[in-house]
Every structure is written in structure tokens, then in C-alpha cells.
Design a protein. Structure first.
Length: 105
């Protein structure tokens, strides 16, 4: 069964730029300067990304970016080794509940 195209969430090119800069640890004012947009626009883009992926903070945005940027072979290896998500759509479940992936002590 092939995946439904509606299930894959793809960031816009601008969202990818912001996600990359957030993943680099940049603050909103520096992102605004880099992209030549206002800080309010940066905040609006960040809010859109958080809603789109059901995220709660910037760290989760950085994790989603890293998962998207990882080569498919690495994502497959992670999925086979530890049950980590291979698609961006399922990634928020990992970041919202990271303890669900660890063994009980």
C-alpha cells in the first residue's frame, strides 16, 4: 500500500530556511537580519511551523529539521535499530514523549 500524499508534511523553502537557522541556535533577531525580514515575521513563521508539526518549542523544530536533513539510509537504520520514526509526520511523537523510546530501569 503506498502512502497517501496528504500524510507527508513538507515544509516550504522559507520554513526550511528558518528551521535550519533555528537548528544552528540562532535567535529571532539574528534570523531576521540573516533573512532580511522583521522579527515579527520570524515569529509568525515559527508559529506556523509549530502548528504545522504540532510542536511546542524551538528544540523540537531543530529535531524535525535534523530528521528531514538526514539521509534516507540513516533514517532507515534508526527505524530498524530503535523504532525511531522515518517520516517527518511521525517525528513529533518522538519529541513530545522521548521517554517512550527508552527501556524501563
Amino acid at each position: 500500500m503506498s502512502p497517501d500524499p496528504k500524510d507527508s508534511i513538507t515544509p516550504t523553502p522559507r520554513e526550511r530556511e528558518l528551521m535550519m537557522l533555528i537548528a544552528r541556535g540562532m535567535q529571532n533577531k539574528n534570523i531576521a537580519y540573516e533573512l532580511k525580514i522583521s522579527e515579527n515575521t520570524v515569529r509568525a513563521h515559527i508559529g506556523n511551523i509549530m502548528r504545522k508539526y504540532h510542536l511546542q518549542n524551538r528544540t523540537q523544530i531543530a529535531i524535525i529539521f535534523a530528521l528531514q536533513a538526514a539521509p534516507l539510509s540513516l533514517r532507515r537504520d534508526l527505524a530498524n535499530a530503535g523504532g525511531y520514526p522515518t517520516t517527518v509526520k511521525s517525528a513529533p511523537a518522538l519529541v513530545q514523549n522521548p521517554r517512550a523510546q527508552t527501556a524501563p530501569k
